[in-house]
Design a protein. Sequence first.
Length: 129
Amino acid sequence: MPIYFILISLMVSACAANYSGSTEDPIEFQPELPTIVDISFDNDVLPILQSRCVVCHGGERREFGLDLTSYSGLIAGSDSGPVIIPGNADNSLIVKLVLNGRMPKRAPKLIPIQIQTLIDWINQGALDN
């Protein structure tokens, strides 16, 4: 008799010995809910802005008066007013422009994880952290 057959037989009999045939309610599997991670402006958001936005909205060039080189510049908004509404990414101009592909114009478009980071940060209150 091959060794594999013996091992499988032992495993099946061990499992059967532990099964009582109970009709009690089975244990319900509850997957873990994702944990909301705090997004940091300095560590998560600013690097995105630096890599995609400051070509046009930073340094000497500040189109529409928007300076995205710092938290204070972002919060100050543009000549037209605020570009983010803390706690409300859906109504934040910067999110609308990124989602519809209008921004950035002179740099690669944001990838989905970068967009989600920006949205999560705004929805978490757009903190200076």
